[in-house]
Each structure stands twice: as structure tokens, then as C-alpha cells.
Design a protein around this ligand. Structure first.
Ligand code: AMP
Ligand code: ZN
Ligand code: FE
Ligand code: FE
Length: 309
């Protein structure tokens, strides 16, 4: 069954539950989650398990958005079929004035295409960077090996959280977050940069591959209120479709402010839990830390952008 049919089927089911007295245009908001990771990048649960959590949480749609790769999408799609709407996605790292912006791209598949080709190169650069990080850590006297990182990652795209987990096992850090603070975050001693696509190229490649874009967790490239506004304006000018306003770590006031600005600029206010399983403890699919609600109308609005692209 095509993915859109799958989604509209579950949306239809959601509509069956409305109160009989409701006006025709009324549909109670149903929650969705448009940002999750599996073992195919730096999540600790399989795509099928992530989809299972989304169903348990009562979501109408879930997107899998592993970093830089598409390998988990087939498993997630087949697990979702007939049970929950599924959007195949990917999360890219793109250059934003020298900072790393994360960009979610929706409705991209594991098939040949311009974005897929560009990401093959990015994965090579990611691998070279991982080798450099391990060498830097070894030069600092921490005897971790690439083999341990490979075993930790299992399959799919290897990233710094896998290195962080190995550091914890060696007693060099207490938690994944601590490993980033001590060694792996930008500016820390074992940080090494990797190749990133330009923001403009990313949007063009995503479009050429049939995808719709949304800036992930804009705090990665903005600190102050005025910087958030600048990021939104810049992203709108470059043709990004959405921006992640309902982000797991944001307080209600920031979610509301970003949503108002997104609406102002004609962008879709997306959201998600950024679920990584055990690598980001305390975060659940759909509800995040308990207070996350991403309304399903966002999915329809993204889908409209897809067909008008
Ligand atoms: P990489 O893709 O290899 O550059 O690693 C980036 C990923 O590491 C992000 O997508 C997050 O999942 C995770 N990450 C980044 N910074 C931190 C941090 N300070 N604490 C914990 N995880 C982090
Ligand atoms: Zn991640
Ligand atoms: Fe991210
Ligand atoms: Fe993410």
C-alpha cells in the first residue's frame, strides 16, 4: 500500500472518534512524532521497535529520521503498514555560517537519487572523521579501538554517540552526555569536523529527490531570540518548508514563539522527540519528556508542500 494511503487510512480512523455533535470541520488534534532515530544511525532500538513505541503512544503518524542514511526505512515502513502512518525521512548536517544545522528531510526513500548520492559521499567523510576522533582519543591515552566502535554501532551510520558509549565502557566518561562534554562536542579536545552540505544545496537536493525539508532543533544554530528569528528568516528565504518548533527540549514559551514566527513566514511548524533510545535517556517516542504534543495537522501541511514542490 502506498505510504500516503496508509496515512490517510489512519487519519480516517482518527476522525471516526470525534464527538457526534462536532461541527463538520472539527477534528480533534492527534499526536504525531516527526523525529526519531534507530539502530541504523545512533538510536539503540530497531526501526520496528521505534514504530511499535509510536503505536503504543497512540500516534497517528511517525517519521524515522536517521542521520545521513536510509537503511532503516524499509523495516520501519513494513512494520507501520496498516497500523500507523509512516513518513520515510533522514536528518542531514548542513553548513549554516560555519555552524552545523541539522535538517530533516521527509518522504525520501532508499532508492537512487541526487540526495542519496550526495549522502554516500557524506558518509565517507563521516567515516574518515570517526577514524580521526579515535586516533585523537588514543593520542590522549584512552585506549579505545575502531573495532569497539564498529561493534557498538552494529550496522548503519556510525556517529559520535557510538564513540561516546565506548568511552563510557572504558571508564573515560560517566554518561554519553559527559563524553560529549569532555571530549566529543565542538570545541572539545577530540572533536573533529566533517564535510557538510551547504544549506542551499541541501534544499535543492532534497527537492530533486522529492523531499520536503524542516530545520531540526534550531537552537543548534541560534542562542538568542533575535538569532532564532534570523534563522527562521534565512531558512524561509532559502526555501526550507518547515522548522522544528515543537522540539522535545524546548519550554512551552519557546515552542509557541517559534510556531508563531513559522506561521508568520509561511513555514510549517514541525516537531518531534528526537528519540535515540538509551543514548538519550528519559525521552519517549511521541511524548518526549512527557509534555510533547505535535499535532497531526502538521503532516497534512507538509504533504501539501510535497505536492506543490
Ligand atoms: P555525529 O552525527 O556523529 O556528528 O553525532 C551527532 C549526534 O550526537 C547528534 O545527532 C546527537 O544525537 C548526539 N549529540 C550531539 N551533541 C551531544 C551532546 N552534547 N550530548 C549527547 N549527545 C549529543
Ligand atoms: Zn543522533
Ligand atoms: Fe539532530
Ligand atoms: Fe535527531
Amino acid at each position: 500500500m502506498p505510504l500516503e494511503e496508509n496515512h490517510s487510512r489512519t487519519a480516517g480512523l482518527a476522525r471516526c472518534g470525534r464527538p457526534a455533535q462536532a461541527a463538520d470541520h472539527y477534528r480533534p488534534p492527534m499526536p504525531v512524532d516527526l523525529h526519531t532515530h534507530s539502530t541504523y544511525s545512533d538510536g539503540t532500538e530497531s526501526p520496528a521497535a521505534v514504530v511499535g513505541h509510536a503505536i503504543q503512544a497512540g500516534l497517528t503518524t511517525v517519521a524515522l529520521t536517521d542521520h545521513d542514511g536510509f537503511e532503516g526505512l524499509a523495516e520501519a515502513a513494513s512494520s507501520a503498514r496498516g497500523r500507523i502512518g509512516f513518513i520515510p525521512g533522514v536528518e542531514l548536517s548542513v553548513d549554516w555560517g560555519g555552524k552545523a544545522m541539522h535538517l530533516l528531510v521527509y518522504w525520501v526513500e532508499n532508492v537512487p537519487g541526487p540526495l542519496q548520492d550526495a549522502l554516500a559521499e557524506i558518509r565517507q567523510s563521516r567515516w574518515d572523521r570517526n577514524v580521526e576522533i579515535v586516533e585523537a582519543l588514543r593520542a590522549m591515552g584512552i585506549a579505545i579501538t575502531l573495532d569497539e566502535v564498529l561493534v557498538e554501532a552494529g550496522h548503519g551510520v556510525i556517529g559520535r554517540p557510538h564513540i561516546a558509549a565506548v568511552l563510557c565502557r572504558h571508564g573515560a566518561a560517566e554518561t554519553i552526555a559527559d563524553a560529549f562534554d569532555r571530549y566529543l562536542a565542538a570545541g572539545r579536545p577530540a572533536y573533529r569536523p566533517r564535510k557538510r552540505l551547504s544549506a542551499a544545496d541541501s534544499v535543492a537536493l532534497a527537492r530533486a529527490s522529492g523531499g520536503v525539508t524542516s530545520v531540526a532543533h534550531p537552537h543548534s544554530v541560534a542562542d538568542s531570540a533575535s538569532e532564532y528569528r534570523e534563522v527562521l528568516e534565512g531558512a524561509a528565504a532559502l526555501g526550507f518548508d518547515g522548522i522544528e518548533c515543537h522540539y522535545v527540549e524546548y519550554p512551552p514559551g519557546l515552542r509557541e514563539r517559534l510556531t508563531a514566527w513559522a506561521e508568520d513566514l509561511g513555514m510549517v511548524p514541525t516537531g518531534g522527540s528526537d528519540y535515540h533510545g538509551a543514548y538519550k535517556p528519559g525521552i519517549a517516542v511521541g511524548v518526549g519528556r512527557g509534555d510533547l504534543v505535535v499535532p497531526d495537522e502538521v503532516v497534512d501541511r507538509l504533504a501539501e508542500r510535497r505536492h506543490s514542490a
